[in-house]
Design a protein around this ligand. Structure first.
Ligand code: NI
Length: 161
């Protein structure tokens, strides 16, 4: 089922999310979020973007292989590794501007999968950036919040135009 994607400045996008409880409802939400992400189209989507304030996001960074590679991260814990880099990011909840955001080029993530298994992996490249972006959503942080006041004003004006 396709879910409506909340758009900034919806206040729900600025809230910190609660731990997710792994049950049938959460599995159903994950499935709907993946469908919604592919339809958008986007490469990542966090639960608060569809109005559910729980700590889960979905991602597919496998487009280079041409095969879908959906991933679901429940209650992720993020560790920043590598070097700081600056790169362009868009967000399905902030249609319009692509803004340069500072991130780490490598991360370690620990999370629970939909079968309840404990997962632990290191990501780099686009996946590392996407994970940091989606993880931010779980803490109510948007790309706009990571810009300088000047860059934020420009980006906000572009969204509201
Ligand atoms: Ni986003």
């Amino acid at each position: 089922m396709l879910l409506p994607i909340l758009r900034w400045p919806d206040p729900r996008l600025s809230q910190s999310c609660a731990p997710a409880v792994l049950d049938a409802d959460l599995r159903s939400l994950a499935k709907d979020m993946l469908e919604t992400m592919y339809a958008a189209p986007g490469r990542g989507l966090a639960a608060p973007q569809v109005g559910r304030l729980v700590r889960m996001f979905v991602m597919d960074v496998g487009w280079k292989t041409g095969e879908p590679a959906p991933m679901v991260f429940v209650n992720p814990e993020l560790e920043l590794l590598g070097d700081r880099i600056l790169g362009p990011e868009g967000c399905l909840s902030i249609p319009g501007p692509v803004t340069d955001v500072e991130r780490n080029d490598q991360v370690r993530l620990r999370w629970t999968d939909l079968d309840g298994g404990a997962q632990d992996a290191t990501f780099d490249g686009f996946a590392a950036i996407c994970i940091q972006h989606e993880f931010d959503h779980l803490n109510g942080i948007l790309t706009l919040d990571r810009l300088s006041p000047e860059a934020r004003s420009v980006a906000e004006a572009e969204v509201l135009a």
